[in-house]
Design a binder for this molecule. Structure first.
Ligand SMILES: Cc1cc2nc3c(=O)[nH]c(=O)nc-3n(C[C@H](O)[C@H](O)[C@H](O)COP(=O)(O)OP(=O)(O)OC[C@H]3O[C@@H](n4cnc5c(N)ncnc54)[C@H](O)[C@@H]3O)c2cc1C
Length: 403
Protein backbone atom coordinates (compact mmCIF):
# COMPACT_ATOMS: atom_id res chain seq x y z
CA UNK A 1 0.00 0.00 0.00
CA UNK A 2 1.43 3.38 -1.02
CA UNK A 3 0.50 6.31 1.25
CA UNK A 4 1.29 9.96 0.59
CA UNK A 5 1.79 12.11 3.69
CA UNK A 6 1.50 15.83 2.94
CA UNK A 7 3.68 17.75 5.41
CA UNK A 8 7.04 16.92 7.03
CA UNK A 9 6.52 18.60 10.39
CA UNK A 10 6.58 16.58 13.59
CA UNK A 11 3.05 15.32 12.91
CA UNK A 12 3.80 14.16 9.33
CA UNK A 13 7.08 12.52 10.31
CA UNK A 14 5.56 10.51 13.17
CA UNK A 15 2.65 9.55 10.91
CA UNK A 16 5.14 8.29 8.31
CA UNK A 17 6.93 6.29 11.02
CA UNK A 18 3.81 4.49 12.23
CA UNK A 19 2.68 3.85 8.64
CA UNK A 20 6.04 2.27 7.84
CA UNK A 21 5.71 0.09 10.96
CA UNK A 22 2.47 -1.18 9.42
CA UNK A 23 4.39 -2.07 6.24
CA UNK A 24 3.08 0.76 4.11
CA UNK A 25 5.32 2.34 1.52
CA UNK A 26 5.26 6.07 2.27
CA UNK A 27 6.10 9.26 0.38
CA UNK A 28 6.30 12.39 2.55
CA UNK A 29 5.94 15.60 0.53
CA UNK A 30 6.67 19.09 1.80
CA UNK A 31 6.79 22.49 0.14
CA UNK A 32 9.81 23.46 2.25
CA UNK A 33 13.39 22.36 1.63
CA UNK A 34 13.70 20.12 4.71
CA UNK A 35 11.76 18.57 7.59
CA UNK A 36 10.34 20.71 10.42
CA UNK A 37 10.62 24.17 8.89
CA UNK A 38 7.04 25.07 9.90
CA UNK A 39 5.66 25.15 13.46
CA UNK A 40 7.89 22.23 14.48
CA UNK A 41 11.12 24.20 14.07
CA UNK A 42 11.79 26.03 17.36
CA UNK A 43 8.72 25.48 19.52
CA UNK A 44 9.04 25.39 23.31
CA UNK A 45 9.91 21.69 23.16
CA UNK A 46 7.63 20.75 26.02
CA UNK A 47 6.12 17.27 25.99
CA UNK A 48 3.35 18.63 28.09
CA UNK A 49 1.43 15.44 28.82
CA UNK A 50 -0.25 16.82 31.94
CA UNK A 51 -1.08 20.33 30.86
CA UNK A 52 -3.65 19.92 28.09
CA UNK A 53 -6.03 22.65 29.24
CA UNK A 54 -8.08 24.06 26.38
CA UNK A 55 -7.64 27.78 25.69
CA UNK A 56 -11.39 28.01 25.02
CA UNK A 57 -12.88 28.21 28.53
CA UNK A 58 -15.18 30.58 30.42
CA UNK A 59 -12.24 32.32 32.15
CA UNK A 60 -10.86 33.37 28.77
CA UNK A 61 -14.07 35.30 27.98
CA UNK A 62 -13.20 37.97 30.57
CA UNK A 63 -9.90 38.50 28.81
CA UNK A 64 -11.34 39.04 25.33
CA UNK A 65 -12.11 42.82 25.59
CA UNK A 66 -8.49 43.49 26.60
CA UNK A 67 -7.22 41.21 23.83
CA UNK A 68 -9.35 42.95 21.18
CA UNK A 69 -8.31 46.39 22.46
CA UNK A 70 -4.62 45.41 22.25
CA UNK A 71 -4.12 45.85 26.01
CA UNK A 72 -3.09 42.24 26.68
CA UNK A 73 0.60 41.78 25.94
CA UNK A 74 0.22 38.05 25.26
CA UNK A 75 -2.25 38.37 22.40
CA UNK A 76 -2.70 40.39 19.22
CA UNK A 77 -5.65 40.27 16.85
CA UNK A 78 -6.42 41.52 13.36
CA UNK A 79 -10.13 41.17 12.70
CA UNK A 80 -10.96 39.59 9.36
CA UNK A 81 -14.01 37.62 8.18
CA UNK A 82 -11.92 34.46 8.56
CA UNK A 83 -11.03 35.24 12.19
CA UNK A 84 -14.64 36.20 12.94
CA UNK A 85 -15.90 32.86 11.57
CA UNK A 86 -13.28 30.97 13.57
CA UNK A 87 -13.86 33.16 16.62
CA UNK A 88 -17.59 32.36 16.72
CA UNK A 89 -16.78 28.65 16.79
CA UNK A 90 -14.13 29.31 19.46
CA UNK A 91 -16.66 31.20 21.62
CA UNK A 92 -19.05 28.26 21.36
CA UNK A 93 -16.35 26.11 23.01
CA UNK A 94 -15.97 28.51 25.96
CA UNK A 95 -18.41 26.71 28.28
CA UNK A 96 -17.40 24.71 31.33
CA UNK A 97 -18.81 21.52 29.84
CA UNK A 98 -16.96 21.86 26.54
CA UNK A 99 -13.71 23.06 28.12
CA UNK A 100 -13.73 20.00 30.39
CA UNK A 101 -14.55 17.66 27.51
CA UNK A 102 -11.79 19.12 25.31
CA UNK A 103 -9.20 19.12 28.11
CA UNK A 104 -9.96 15.50 29.01
CA UNK A 105 -9.90 14.35 25.38
CA UNK A 106 -6.47 15.96 24.90
CA UNK A 107 -5.25 14.60 28.23
CA UNK A 108 -6.14 11.05 27.23
CA UNK A 109 -4.43 11.52 23.88
CA UNK A 110 -1.39 13.05 25.59
CA UNK A 111 -1.04 10.23 28.12
CA UNK A 112 -1.11 7.69 25.29
CA UNK A 113 1.44 9.83 23.49
CA UNK A 114 3.74 9.61 26.52
CA UNK A 115 3.59 5.81 26.50
CA UNK A 116 4.25 5.69 22.76
CA UNK A 117 7.10 8.20 23.04
CA UNK A 118 8.75 6.09 25.77
CA UNK A 119 8.50 2.98 23.58
CA UNK A 120 9.76 4.85 20.53
CA UNK A 121 12.62 6.56 22.38
CA UNK A 122 13.94 3.18 23.54
CA UNK A 123 14.44 2.19 19.87
CA UNK A 124 15.77 5.41 18.36
CA UNK A 125 19.40 5.52 17.21
CA UNK A 126 19.75 9.32 17.56
CA UNK A 127 19.67 12.05 20.22
CA UNK A 128 17.12 14.85 20.37
CA UNK A 129 17.79 16.37 23.83
CA UNK A 130 15.01 14.26 25.32
CA UNK A 131 14.70 14.28 29.11
CA UNK A 132 12.19 14.17 31.93
CA UNK A 133 12.46 17.80 33.00
CA UNK A 134 9.21 18.08 34.97
CA UNK A 135 7.04 21.14 34.58
CA UNK A 136 5.88 23.98 36.82
CA UNK A 137 2.90 26.06 35.75
CA UNK A 138 3.11 29.27 37.80
CA UNK A 139 -0.13 30.72 39.17
CA UNK A 140 -0.36 34.40 40.04
CA UNK A 141 -3.94 34.90 41.30
CA UNK A 142 -6.55 33.24 43.49
CA UNK A 143 -8.68 32.61 40.37
CA UNK A 144 -5.83 30.80 38.64
CA UNK A 145 -5.23 28.71 41.77
CA UNK A 146 -8.92 27.77 42.11
CA UNK A 147 -9.07 26.69 38.46
CA UNK A 148 -5.81 24.75 38.85
CA UNK A 149 -7.10 22.89 41.94
CA UNK A 150 -10.17 21.78 39.96
CA UNK A 151 -7.94 20.81 37.03
CA UNK A 152 -5.64 18.67 39.18
CA UNK A 153 -8.63 16.83 40.68
CA UNK A 154 -10.17 16.26 37.25
CA UNK A 155 -6.94 14.93 35.77
CA UNK A 156 -6.35 12.60 38.72
CA UNK A 157 -9.44 10.64 37.62
CA UNK A 158 -7.62 9.86 34.37
CA UNK A 159 -4.37 8.74 35.99
CA UNK A 160 -2.53 12.03 35.61
CA UNK A 161 -0.25 12.73 38.55
CA UNK A 162 0.06 16.49 39.17
CA UNK A 163 -0.01 18.48 42.40
CA UNK A 164 -0.43 22.07 43.56
CA UNK A 165 2.60 23.39 45.43
CA UNK A 166 3.03 26.76 47.16
CA UNK A 167 5.63 29.26 45.95
CA UNK A 168 8.21 28.12 48.54
CA UNK A 169 7.90 24.47 47.47
CA UNK A 170 8.08 25.51 43.79
CA UNK A 171 11.36 27.29 44.55
CA UNK A 172 12.69 24.12 46.22
CA UNK A 173 11.80 22.13 43.10
CA UNK A 174 13.38 24.78 40.86
CA UNK A 175 15.80 26.99 42.81
CA UNK A 176 16.21 29.29 39.80
CA UNK A 177 12.69 30.56 40.56
CA UNK A 178 14.11 32.47 43.54
CA UNK A 179 14.74 35.07 40.89
CA UNK A 180 10.98 35.39 40.23
CA UNK A 181 9.71 34.39 43.67
CA UNK A 182 7.50 37.44 44.34
CA UNK A 183 5.70 37.13 41.02
CA UNK A 184 3.67 34.00 41.67
CA UNK A 185 1.66 32.47 44.53
CA UNK A 186 1.67 28.78 43.72
CA UNK A 187 2.29 26.32 40.91
CA UNK A 188 1.05 23.09 39.38
CA UNK A 189 3.89 20.59 39.36
CA UNK A 190 3.95 17.71 36.93
CA UNK A 191 7.01 15.61 37.64
CA UNK A 192 6.65 13.38 34.59
CA UNK A 193 6.43 15.97 31.84
CA UNK A 194 9.32 15.97 29.41
CA UNK A 195 11.18 18.24 27.06
CA UNK A 196 12.94 17.59 23.75
CA UNK A 197 13.94 19.25 20.51
CA UNK A 198 11.25 18.58 17.91
CA UNK A 199 13.42 19.75 14.99
CA UNK A 200 16.24 17.37 16.01
CA UNK A 201 13.63 14.61 16.38
CA UNK A 202 12.36 15.21 12.83
CA UNK A 203 15.91 15.29 11.41
CA UNK A 204 16.79 12.02 13.13
CA UNK A 205 13.52 10.38 12.10
CA UNK A 206 14.05 11.36 8.45
CA UNK A 207 17.46 9.69 8.37
CA UNK A 208 16.15 6.62 10.17
CA UNK A 209 13.04 6.27 8.01
CA UNK A 210 14.92 6.74 4.74
CA UNK A 211 17.32 3.99 5.82
CA UNK A 212 14.41 1.52 6.11
CA UNK A 213 13.79 1.93 2.36
CA UNK A 214 10.05 2.20 3.09
CA UNK A 215 9.82 5.99 3.39
CA UNK A 216 10.83 8.57 0.82
CA UNK A 217 10.94 12.34 1.39
CA UNK A 218 10.35 14.88 -1.38
CA UNK A 219 10.97 18.55 -0.62
CA UNK A 220 10.23 21.80 -2.43
CA UNK A 221 6.92 20.37 -3.71
CA UNK A 222 3.77 22.21 -2.73
CA UNK A 223 0.75 19.95 -3.12
CA UNK A 224 -1.80 21.92 -5.13
CA UNK A 225 -4.68 19.49 -5.25
CA UNK A 226 -5.98 16.27 -3.76
CA UNK A 227 -6.96 14.16 -6.75
CA UNK A 228 -10.18 12.12 -6.74
CA UNK A 229 -11.58 9.51 -9.07
CA UNK A 230 -15.08 8.03 -8.69
CA UNK A 231 -15.45 9.71 -5.28
CA UNK A 232 -12.20 8.24 -3.95
CA UNK A 233 -8.85 9.87 -3.24
CA UNK A 234 -6.30 8.51 -5.70
CA UNK A 235 -3.31 10.82 -5.34
CA UNK A 236 -1.98 14.35 -5.21
CA UNK A 237 -1.01 16.93 -7.81
CA UNK A 238 1.88 19.31 -7.53
CA UNK A 239 3.26 21.60 -10.20
CA UNK A 240 3.94 19.55 -13.35
CA UNK A 241 3.45 16.21 -11.65
CA UNK A 242 0.93 13.79 -10.26
CA UNK A 243 1.63 11.14 -7.65
CA UNK A 244 -0.70 8.14 -7.28
CA UNK A 245 -1.55 6.86 -3.84
CA UNK A 246 -3.81 4.30 -2.20
CA UNK A 247 -4.32 6.78 0.63
CA UNK A 248 -3.33 10.36 1.44
CA UNK A 249 -2.85 11.79 4.94
CA UNK A 250 -2.95 15.58 5.19
CA UNK A 251 -0.48 16.58 7.94
CA UNK A 252 0.01 20.09 6.63
CA UNK A 253 -0.37 22.13 9.82
CA UNK A 254 -1.71 25.58 8.96
CA UNK A 255 -1.66 24.62 5.25
CA UNK A 256 -4.30 21.93 5.85
CA UNK A 257 -7.35 24.19 5.62
CA UNK A 258 -6.47 25.48 2.14
CA UNK A 259 -5.83 21.99 0.82
CA UNK A 260 -8.92 20.41 2.33
CA UNK A 261 -11.24 23.27 1.43
CA UNK A 262 -10.79 22.32 -2.22
CA UNK A 263 -12.52 19.01 -1.51
CA UNK A 264 -15.16 20.71 0.67
CA UNK A 265 -13.74 19.64 4.01
CA UNK A 266 -13.38 22.49 6.49
CA UNK A 267 -11.51 21.57 9.66
CA UNK A 268 -11.37 25.26 10.69
CA UNK A 269 -7.66 25.52 11.43
CA UNK A 270 -6.53 29.08 12.12
CA UNK A 271 -2.83 30.17 12.14
CA UNK A 272 -1.97 31.44 15.63
CA UNK A 273 1.48 33.00 15.63
CA UNK A 274 3.88 32.41 18.49
CA UNK A 275 7.54 33.23 18.97
CA UNK A 276 10.68 31.86 20.54
CA UNK A 277 14.17 33.04 21.39
CA UNK A 278 16.93 30.56 22.19
CA UNK A 279 19.71 31.95 24.38
CA UNK A 280 22.68 30.81 26.45
CA UNK A 281 21.65 30.14 30.06
CA UNK A 282 21.91 32.91 32.66
CA UNK A 283 23.20 32.49 36.24
CA UNK A 284 19.76 31.23 37.39
CA UNK A 285 18.51 29.21 34.43
CA UNK A 286 15.72 26.74 35.21
CA UNK A 287 16.24 23.02 34.53
CA UNK A 288 12.54 22.38 35.05
CA UNK A 289 10.17 23.61 32.31
CA UNK A 290 8.37 26.71 33.57
CA UNK A 291 5.10 28.10 32.20
CA UNK A 292 3.96 31.55 33.29
CA UNK A 293 0.27 30.90 32.81
CA UNK A 294 -1.35 34.35 32.84
CA UNK A 295 1.28 35.88 30.58
CA UNK A 296 1.39 32.96 28.16
CA UNK A 297 5.09 32.29 27.94
CA UNK A 298 7.45 29.52 28.96
CA UNK A 299 11.07 28.80 29.75
CA UNK A 300 12.48 25.46 28.55
CA UNK A 301 15.99 24.13 28.88
CA UNK A 302 16.90 22.42 25.61
CA UNK A 303 20.33 21.13 24.79
CA UNK A 304 22.11 23.43 27.25
CA UNK A 305 20.23 26.51 26.03
CA UNK A 306 17.25 28.39 27.44
CA UNK A 307 14.33 28.72 25.07
CA UNK A 308 11.78 31.40 25.87
CA UNK A 309 8.59 30.88 23.88
CA UNK A 310 5.06 32.13 23.85
CA UNK A 311 2.40 34.71 22.94
CA UNK A 312 -0.54 34.00 20.66
CA UNK A 313 -1.30 36.36 17.79
CA UNK A 314 -4.54 35.96 15.85
CA UNK A 315 -3.36 38.12 12.96
CA UNK A 316 -3.63 35.72 10.02
CA UNK A 317 -0.50 34.82 8.06
CA UNK A 318 1.14 38.21 8.69
CA UNK A 319 4.73 38.20 9.90
CA UNK A 320 5.45 41.93 9.72
CA UNK A 321 5.26 42.40 13.52
CA UNK A 322 7.70 39.60 14.35
CA UNK A 323 10.55 41.90 15.43
CA UNK A 324 8.33 43.92 17.75
CA UNK A 325 6.67 40.82 19.24
CA UNK A 326 9.95 39.02 19.85
CA UNK A 327 11.27 42.15 21.58
CA UNK A 328 8.11 42.22 23.75
CA UNK A 329 8.53 38.53 24.59
CA UNK A 330 12.13 39.15 25.64
CA UNK A 331 11.13 42.19 27.74
CA UNK A 332 8.45 40.13 29.48
CA UNK A 333 10.85 37.28 30.22
CA UNK A 334 13.62 39.62 31.38
CA UNK A 335 11.26 41.45 33.72
CA UNK A 336 9.91 38.17 35.10
CA UNK A 337 13.20 36.29 35.55
CA UNK A 338 16.21 38.53 34.90
CA UNK A 339 18.77 35.81 35.64
CA UNK A 340 17.19 32.96 33.67
CA UNK A 341 19.00 33.64 30.40
CA UNK A 342 21.89 35.65 29.07
CA UNK A 343 19.62 38.23 27.49
CA UNK A 344 22.53 40.30 26.21
CA UNK A 345 24.13 37.40 24.33
CA UNK A 346 25.04 37.93 20.69
CA UNK A 347 24.31 34.26 20.17
CA UNK A 348 20.53 34.16 20.08
CA UNK A 349 18.13 32.50 17.65
CA UNK A 350 14.81 34.24 17.11
CA UNK A 351 11.85 32.53 15.50
CA UNK A 352 8.13 32.82 14.79
CA UNK A 353 5.79 29.96 13.89
CA UNK A 354 2.11 29.39 13.18
CA UNK A 355 0.26 27.04 15.52
CA UNK A 356 -2.50 25.19 13.61
CA UNK A 357 -5.42 25.90 15.96
CA UNK A 358 -8.93 24.49 15.88
CA UNK A 359 -11.64 26.27 17.92
CA UNK A 360 -11.73 23.44 20.49
CA UNK A 361 -7.95 23.05 20.60
CA UNK A 362 -8.38 19.39 19.62
CA UNK A 363 -6.76 18.09 16.46
CA UNK A 364 -8.60 16.48 13.58
CA UNK A 365 -7.22 12.91 13.43
CA UNK A 366 -8.64 10.14 11.26
CA UNK A 367 -10.62 9.36 8.11
CA UNK A 368 -12.75 11.87 6.22
CA UNK A 369 -15.97 11.28 4.30
CA UNK A 370 -13.84 10.77 1.15
CA UNK A 371 -12.51 7.20 1.02
CA UNK A 372 -8.71 7.21 0.93
CA UNK A 373 -8.39 10.69 2.46
CA UNK A 374 -7.21 11.05 6.07
CA UNK A 375 -6.27 14.05 8.18
CA UNK A 376 -3.84 14.52 11.06
CA UNK A 377 -3.78 18.27 11.66
CA UNK A 378 -4.85 21.11 13.93
CA UNK A 379 -2.76 20.31 17.01
CA UNK A 380 -2.51 23.96 18.07
CA UNK A 381 -0.34 24.45 21.14
CA UNK A 382 0.28 20.71 21.63
CA UNK A 383 1.53 19.25 18.33
CA UNK A 384 4.83 17.98 19.71
CA UNK A 385 3.08 16.51 22.76
CA UNK A 386 0.37 14.75 20.74
CA UNK A 387 2.46 13.72 17.71
CA UNK A 388 3.01 10.09 18.71
CA UNK A 389 -0.59 9.19 19.59
CA UNK A 390 -2.12 11.03 16.64
CA UNK A 391 0.46 9.55 14.23
CA UNK A 392 -0.24 6.09 15.63
CA UNK A 393 -4.02 6.54 15.42
CA UNK A 394 -4.14 7.87 11.88
CA UNK A 395 -1.69 5.20 10.63
CA UNK A 396 -3.90 2.49 12.11
CA UNK A 397 -6.99 4.10 10.58
CA UNK A 398 -5.30 4.05 7.15
CA UNK A 399 -4.23 0.42 7.52
CA UNK A 400 -7.61 -0.57 8.95
CA UNK A 401 -9.49 1.01 6.03
CA UNK A 402 -7.42 -1.05 3.58
CA UNK A 403 -8.69 -4.37 4.99
C1 LIG B 1 5.97 29.46 19.86
C2 LIG B 1 5.44 28.05 19.84
C3 LIG B 1 5.68 27.22 20.92
C4 LIG B 1 5.18 25.92 20.93
N1 LIG B 1 5.48 25.10 21.97
C5 LIG B 1 5.02 23.83 21.99
C6 LIG B 1 5.36 22.95 23.05
O1 LIG B 1 6.11 23.29 23.94
N2 LIG B 1 4.84 21.70 23.04
C7 LIG B 1 4.01 21.27 22.05
O2 LIG B 1 3.54 20.15 22.13
N3 LIG B 1 3.70 22.06 21.01
C8 LIG B 1 4.19 23.33 20.95
N4 LIG B 1 3.86 24.16 19.92
C9 LIG B 1 2.95 23.67 18.89
C10 LIG B 1 3.65 22.75 17.90
O3 LIG B 1 4.87 23.34 17.51
C11 LIG B 1 2.75 22.51 16.68
O4 LIG B 1 1.48 22.08 17.12
C12 LIG B 1 3.34 21.43 15.80
O5 LIG B 1 4.64 21.77 15.40
C13 LIG B 1 2.48 21.22 14.56
O6 LIG B 1 3.12 20.26 13.79
P1 LIG B 1 2.62 19.95 12.32
O7 LIG B 1 3.51 18.88 11.78
O8 LIG B 1 1.15 19.74 12.32
O9 LIG B 1 2.83 21.34 11.54
P2 LIG B 1 4.17 21.96 10.88
O10 LIG B 1 5.36 21.67 11.70
O11 LIG B 1 3.84 23.36 10.59
O12 LIG B 1 4.32 21.12 9.56
C14 LIG B 1 3.40 21.23 8.47
C15 LIG B 1 4.19 21.09 7.20
O13 LIG B 1 3.28 21.00 6.11
C16 LIG B 1 3.87 21.64 4.99
N5 LIG B 1 2.80 21.99 4.06
C17 LIG B 1 1.72 22.78 4.31
N6 LIG B 1 0.92 22.82 3.21
C18 LIG B 1 1.54 22.07 2.26
C19 LIG B 1 1.22 21.73 0.92
N7 LIG B 1 0.10 22.18 0.31
N8 LIG B 1 2.08 20.94 0.23
C20 LIG B 1 3.23 20.48 0.81
N9 LIG B 1 3.57 20.76 2.07
C21 LIG B 1 2.73 21.53 2.79
C22 LIG B 1 4.58 22.84 5.60
O14 LIG B 1 5.62 23.28 4.75
C23 LIG B 1 5.09 22.28 6.92
O15 LIG B 1 6.43 21.83 6.83
C24 LIG B 1 4.38 25.46 19.84
C25 LIG B 1 4.17 26.27 18.75
C26 LIG B 1 4.70 27.57 18.73
C27 LIG B 1 4.46 28.43 17.52
Amino acid sequence: MHVVVVGAGVVGVTTAHYLSELDCSVTVIDGERAVALGASYANAGQLSYSFTDALARPAFLARIPGVLAGRDEAYRTRLTPELLRWGIRFLAQCTNRRATKNTVAMLQQALRSATLMHELHATLPFEFSYRQAGKLVLLASREEIAAAVAGVELKKQYGCDTEIVDAKAAMEIEPALGDAGDRFLAAVYSREDEVADSKAFCDGMQTMLEATGKVRFRFGQDVQRLRQRDGRLVGVDFIGETLDADAVVVCSGVGSDALLRRVNIRPSIYPVRGYSVTLPPGPAAPQVSVTVLGRKFVFSRIDGHVRIAGFADFTGFHTDSDGERIAALLDTAREFAPLAADYAAQEQAQWGGFRPMTPSGRPFVGPTRIPGLFVNAGHGTLGWTLACSSGYDVANAVAGAAH
